[in-house]
Design a protein around this ligand. Structure first.
Ligand SMILES: [Zn+2]
Ligand SMILES: [Zn+2]
Length: 408
């Protein structure tokens, strides 16, 4: 009888747990903490604006995760399965978006549903200055130019179609042209995640917001880039084994990024990271965050495996109450052991993310010409804007997540 009750309550609790979203990301806790603490790295000229709006930056830190419920193109911005693209440090993976698209885009000639590959990663070969595809070839620099001008910035949101003759003209190719044919372009790279590319692109959106001295844009973009910097700092956001699903360690994602910071973040971690510094090469900077994260992921997996082997199964989980809801989480013993085995890595990555975010905000402000911010610090949100924010807040309760979830 006792056992049945136990099993039944596990079942009920699991159902409750599934309905409960509040602690799913770098935990709401991590994103809020990183955005908040980065404010204290800033110089006085920026501090007033950011401090005035520190509650916004704290509350909205998790917003980009909520956008996954309304924007099908959001999820890929939060991670990169970089181990799909070679071995650390991934010398063959282009660091520029146009480079990566030049390498991975697929170009077809299409005719009412039928399509034949002309260029793509499975057939492309570069010899001298010529790119050879599937029974076609063109000057490689012209191909790169075409990708840069016509494809790279548009392809993320949708497949692209071009008229055959305008395509042939761009690439200076002789193509036999038949009635009804089109050039159809696809990419399958971004589904493996694009966080470093997105960070670099989004950085300029923040610079422009500073240049415009538009307080709402500054605040929103500063907030969102904080989220992406934080995600890039998580080792398991840089691997195809993102939730331990390939090594029998399902649940490790939230264990690392939610449970440890929630249990130890306030009582035992130190978030003082010093002053923000100017970053000379922003692209390399974002890449270095991702590469550092990836270099840590084996340690994360090994540590959990080791700890899991000596803590008895019946001591691994416990039930805690969070916001009035009973939730099953890793036990304090298991969590502390995992954290210890990683030698303070979670605290280090939280601190690294805070410093990196301070550096990012500061560098964007410098690159925008150090605009005066004090006079634009008081922001009033219109009724419509407040409605929009409310909608976003409720999105995860009303919709399905589009794209990848990190813990299933
Ligand atoms: Zn995550
Ligand atoms: Zn995220």
């Amino acid at each position: 009888m006792k056992k049945i009750t136990y099993i039944f309550s596990i079942f009920v609790l699991t159902v409750v747990l599934c309905a409960f979203n509040e602690n799913k990301y770098w935990g709401f806790y991590g994103h809020k903490k990183i955005n908040r603490m980065a404010v204290f790295t800033l110089p006085p000229e920026m501090m007033y604006f950011f401090k005035t709006n520190i509650e916004f930056l704290t509350d909205h830190g998790p917003d980009p995760d909520k956008r996954k419920y309304i924007d099908p193109h959001e999820a890929v911005k939060h991670y990169i399965d970089i181990d799909n693209w070679g071995m650390y440090p991934f010398p063959d993976l282009p660091r520029k978006w146009t480079g990566v698209m030049t390498k991975y885009v697929e170009i077809y000639v299409a005719n009412h549903g039928d399509k034949a590959l002309l260029f793509g990663p499975s057939v492309n070969e570069i010899r001298n200055d010529t790119l050879y595809g599937n029974n076609v070839n063109c000057i490689y620099s012209k191909y790169k130019d075409f990708i840069k001008q016509k494809v790279a910035l548009n392809i993320l949101k949708t497949d692209l179609d071009f008229e055959l003759d305008s395509f042939a003209l761009w690439l200076d190719m002789d193509l036999e042209i038949f009635e009804g044919q089109k050039i159809h372009i696809e990419e399958h790279f971004s589904q493996e995640g694009i966080v470093p590319y997105h960070l670099y692109q989004y950085y300029f959106a923040l610079v422009h917001a500073f240049e415009e001295r538009n307080p709402k844009k500054i605040l929103r973009r500063a907030n969102d880039i904080g989220h992406y910097v934080a995600d890039a700092s998580v080792p398991l956001h840089t691997t195809k084994n993102y939730n331990g699903q390939l090594t029998g360690q399902i649940g490790i994602h939230a264990f690392w990024e939610n449970r440890i910071p929630e249990l130890l973040g306030d009582s035992e971690f130190d978030y003082f990271v010093g002053k923000a510094e100017y970053v000379e090469n922003v692209r390399d900077f974002f890449w270095s965050i991702v590469l550092k994260s990836h270099s840590l992921k084996d340690k994360v997996l090994e540590a959990e495996k080791k700890v899991s082997s000596y803590i008895p199964d019946n001591e691994k989980y416990e039930f805690i109450e969070r916001n009035g809801i009973i939730t099953r989480v890793q036990s304090e013993k298991y969590t502390r052991a995992f954290n210890k085995e990683m030698n303070g890595m979670v605290e280090m990555r939280l601190r690294d993310a805070i410093k990196a975010l301070g550096d990012t905000w500061y560098t964007a402000w410098i690159d925008a010409g150090q605009p005066e911010l004090k006079n634009i610090s008081n922001i009033q949100w219109s009724k419509n804007e407040q409605e929009e924010m409310k909608k976003l807040n409720n999105a995860e309760n009303n919709g399905n997540l589009m794209g990848r979830d990190h813990w299933d």
